[in-house]
Write a protein that binds this ligand. Structure first.
Ligand code: ADP
Length: 306
C-alpha cells in the first residue's frame, strides 16, 4: 500500500526584489530562484521526504521547464513512472515576484496541468488500485481528480481533497460527498460555506457545517492559530505549534503530505493531525515550498520536544 498524489506540477521562477514593481516599471531584483512547485508536486515531495512510497500522477509539457521539474522530483526520490508528457502543452509555470516584506505577485500559467484528463487516470489505475491514501487539490481538472478518487474509494482507500487554490464559485455539493476528508484553510472554507471562520472556535463550527453538507471528515486549517476537526468520533481544535515562521508558502501542502504519511502508517486521526501540524509548522521556519518540508527525523524530534 502507498500514497498516491494526483495533481499539478509547476516550475516556479521567483524574483526577490526590494519592493514590487508598479505597472510599466522595470526594477532590478537581487536574486532569482528556479524551484519545483505546484500543489500536487509539493504534497508528493512532502510525503516522500517523510519516507512514504509515493505514486505521483501528473503531466509535464515538452518545453525546457519539464527537465528541471523531473530532475527535482527525482532528486527527492519521487518515482517518475507516472509523470506524463503533454506534446502540445507548456509545463505549468509560476512567475513570482517577492518584495522584502514577503508581499508577492504570482502569475500562474497552468499549461499541461490544465490538460490532465481521464487518460492520466487510466495510466495510473494500477497505482490507484494499490493506494491507501489519495491526495487531491484543485489545480488540475476536477473531473479527472474525482475519477481517481472513485478508484481509490472503490477498494476502501481514503481520499483527501485540499480545496486549494480557493474555489471562487464554491464547490458543487457532489464533490463534498465524493471524498473522505476535506482540508480547507479559512479562505477556502469561507468560499465553500459563504462565511469565513477567523478563530479556532469558528473553525470548529465551519468543520461541523462541512460535515452537515456531506463531508465525512472536515479539517479547517487556520495558519498560525492551528486547526479544527469534525469527524464521526472526534470534534476538537488543535492549536498550532509555536515556531519562528519566516515563510508560510506551502505550509498547507506540507500539512497534507504529513497527514497522508501519518494516516498511511495507521495513526489515529487526532495523532495524525498533530503530526501534520508539526510538518506545517516546521515548513514555515524555512524558505520555499518543496524545499522547506521536513524529514521524518526532524518531525519526530520536534514532537518529542513539544
Ligand atoms: P494553507 O497553506 O493551506 O493556507 P495553513 O497556513 O493554514 O494552510 O497551514 C496549515 C497548517 O500548518 C496549520 O493548520 C498549522 O498547523 C501549520 N502552520 C501554518 N502556519 C503556521 C505558523 N505560522 N506557525 C505554526 N504552525 C503553522
Amino acid at each position: 500500500m502507498s500514497i498516491a498524489v494526483f495533481g499539478s506540477i509547476n516550475m516556479d521562477v521567483t524574483a526577490y526584489m526590494r519592493r514590487l514593481p508598479k505597472p510599466g516599471e522595470t526594477l532590478h531584483g537581487h536574486e532569482y530562484k528556479l524551484g519545483l512547485g505546484g500543489k500536487g508536486a509539493n504534497q508528493a515531495v512532502a510525503a516522500r521526504k517523510l519516507g512514504s512510497d509515493v505514486a505521483f500522477i501528473c503531466r509535464l509539457g515538452t518545453d525546457d521547464f519539464a527537465k528541471p521539474a523531473e530532475r527535482e522530483l527525482a532528486g527527492y526520490g519521487v518515482d517518475l513512472s507516472l509523470v506524463g508528457r503533454d506534446a502540445s502543452g507548456a509545463t505549468g509555470l509560476a512567475i513570482i515576484n517577492v518584495g522584502e516584506g514577503g508581499e508577492n505577485y504570482i502569475s500562474l500559467i497552468g499549461g499541461s496541468n490544465l490538460r490532465v484528463d481521464l487518460s492520466d487516470v487510466e495510466r495510473a489505475r494500477p497505482a490507484l488500485e494499490q493506494a491507501s491514501v489519495l491526495l487531491l487539490q484543485l489545480e488540475v481538472p476536477l473531473s479527472a481528480s474525482l475519477a481517481a478518487a472513485a478508484i481509490v474509494r472503490g477498494h476502501g482507500g481514503t481520499v483527501i481533497l485540499d480545496p486549494a487554490p480557493a474555489p471562487e464559485g464554491g464547490l458543487a455539493p457532489e464533490v463534498l460527498t465524493s471524498v473522505d476528508m476535506l482540508t480547507p484553510n479559512e479562505t477556502e472554507a469561507g468560499l465553500i460555506l459563504g462565511w469565513q471562520p477567523e478563530t479556532l472556535e469558528q473553525g470548529l463550527q465551519a468543520a461541523r457545517e462541512l460535515r452537515g453538507r456531506g463531508v465525512a471528515i472536515a479539517v479547517v486549517k487556520l495558519g498560525s492559530k492551528g486547526l479544527a476537526v469534525a469527524a464521526p468520533a472526534l470534534e476538537t481544535v488543535i492549536p498550532a505549534f509555536k515556531v519562528n515562521a519566516i515563510d508560510t508558502v506551502g505550509a498547507g501542502d506540507c500539512f497534507n503530505g504529513g497527514l497522508a504519511h501519518a494516516l498511511e502508517r495507521r495513526q489515529p486521526l487526532e495523532q495524525a493531525l498533530r503530526f501534520a501540524s508539526a510538518c506545517g509548522a516546521l515548513s514555515t521556519t524555512r524558505k520555499g515550498a518543496s524545499a522547506a518540508s521536513p524529514k521524518l527525523a526532524e518531525v519526530e524530534a520536534f514532537l518529542a520536544r513539544a
